[in-house]
Design a protein. Structure first.
Length: 133
């Protein structure tokens, strides 16, 4: 159990570095190097970033991947290189997958709640044949 906590701490630290890096690179696209550096310096000193990266939680790496997806998509808009477009899709998908780790850890509870909500909405049959175009 201790090794998992250490791994998550390293991932949180890597996530914090990624947030700062991709936040800065995204800021370069809008305000230039000086203002982007000052903005990220203030952000790195903020309690919000410390809270996300100080404890071993997957949110930091998820936010870093989200920033990477935004940066990659902005690069795609500038250069129209398919590599950046695919990169933005993959990193955003990874960010969402990591962020939804609670779903994987508690899928039975999620499924029960989802079924109860669907039943309350009057949805009884989930087969593809009943989907109307």
């Amino acid at each position: 159990a201790q090794k998992c906590s250490e791994l998550m701490s390293v991932l949180s630290l890597a996530g914090g570095l990624g947030i700062a890096l991709f936040g800065y690179l995204t800021g370069l696209r809008f305000v230039g190097p000086g203002a982007a550096f000052r903005a990220m310096l203030l952000f790195v000193l903020s309690p919000g970033l410390w809270w996300v990266t100080a404890e071993p939680h997957p949110q930091a790496i998820s936010i870093a991947l989200g920033f990477a997806a935004i940066w990659s998509f902005l690069r795609y808009l500038e250069e129209r290189a398919t590599w950046f477009y695919i990169g933005s899709i993959v990193t955003f998908g990874l960010a969402m997958a990591i962020d939804e780790a609670r779903f994987v850890a508690n899928w039975r509870g999620f499924y029960k709640n989802w079924m109860a909500g669907a039943s309350g909405a009057g949805i009884r049959d989930f087969s593809v044949a009943n989907v109307k175009p």
